[in-house]
Write a protein that binds this ligand. Structure first.
Ligand code: SF4
Length: 328
């Protein structure tokens, strides 16, 4: 299996929300090393992988409340990483209106030209989902500040059976605040998203959604599990992206990029060597009666997770958020 990309996901910036179904399985660990050391390490790795045919990148999460944010954005711009001009802004600590405006102004000055705000539903549901009272109003204040300061915003709305009836009203409320870029989707089963699987929308649910909501769904096609199984078009991936997740204080600064990648490749190879093909997984775990909607990659993830759960003796690389590979 050819590795085309190697990514380091640094999840050591704690989040101030406590989402019930955090897809990142946030554990609120901080970076125990100095950011400068991490940055020097990342720059070395970037150098190491330049001209090797393996695309290297680094991403920091969970939330952007780090005093090193400007340095991180600068490095992302110099090295062409995803956070060069786009940030996800959920989970920040509450700020007053003036501080929000200053923060957004700073982001603009630093070159950010798109931010994402994720709404889980209307005020009461959103706050419950996000695990803190006031989160909905805080996001609305942030949206208002962005509009006033001409910072482009994308609104993400993950839908499930619990919040689908709020979608139309939420859309109108945010549209009235001049939001225009919506990304509506059904969450995957990574992280604590696995607890949402029973709340996944069916075809019938989807048909009941208002037109505006359907129109703003993400572009990848959604089909029922039954339809995907009938198509049976589960081709085997030929390339992979490997992701090293930094989420605790396990030492890594002494490693070379090659060392890290070799270790990941060995673990990932062993896991997938033991696992049946995607078509076989679909045969074993597929439910032909199921009318719930999936993106194909999300259905495949679910089958792989089911297999991993049935084979605890094999160290896996897919259960989020340990190290993992992306193979689609
Ligand atoms: S804001 Fe994001 S990282 Fe934080 S708990 Fe919610 S989903 Fe997880």
């Amino acid at each position: 299996m050819k590795t085309t990309s190697f990514m380091i996901e640094d999840l050591r910036v704690p989040c101030n929300s406590h989402c019930r179904y955090c897809l990142l399985a946030c554990e609120n660990k901080t970076n125990p090393t100095d950011y400068k050391e991490t940055e020097a390490f990342i720059r070395n790795l970037d150098e190491e992988f330049r001209n090797t045919g393996i695309h290297f990148s680094y991403y920091m999460g969970y939330c952007m409340d780090t005093s090193d944010l400007h340095d991180y954005i600068k490095m992302s711009q110099q090295l062409g990483y995803p956070s060069a001009d786009f940030l996800q802004l959920n989970g920040l600590k509450f700020r007053d209106l003036g501080a929000i405006a200053n923060f957004i102004t700073d982001l603009k000055d630093w070159g950010i030209n798109l931010v994402d705000l994720t709404f889980y539903g209307l005020r009461e549901y959103h706050d419950r989902f996000a695990g803190r009272k006031g989160d909905f109003d805080y996001l609305v204040d942030t949206l208002r500040a962005c509009m006033r300061l001409h910072m482009p915003v994308r609104i993400s709305m993950p839908l499930n059976k619990e919040n689908m009836d709020q979608a139309g009203k939420l859309y109108r409320c945010l549209h009235d605040l001049d939001a225009r870029n919506f990304f509506i989707f059904l969450p995957h089963s990574k992280g604590r998203g696995r607890y949402l699987e029973n709340l996944r929308l069916t075809r019938e649910d989807f048909d009941r959604l208002p037109k505006t909501i359907k129109k703003n769904f993400g572009k990848s096609p959604y089909k029922t599990e039954r339809e995907w199984l009938e198509e049976n078009d589960f081709e085997e991936p030929e390339t992979r992206t490997l992701v090293k997740v930094l989420r605790d204080d396990s030492p890594y600064l002494h490693l070379t990029g090659r060392d890290m990648l070799r270790e990941l490749e060995e673990k990932d190879d062993a896991f997938y060597r033991a696992m049946p093909s995607t078509k076989e997984l679909a045969q074993i775990y597929g439910n032909r009666e199921n009318d719930q909607l999936f993106r194909k990659r999300d259905l495949i993830i679910r089958y792989r997770q089911a297999w991993a759960k049935d084979h605890p003796e094999i160290e896996d690389t897919i259960e989020e958020y340990k190290d993992f590979s992306i193979r689609y």
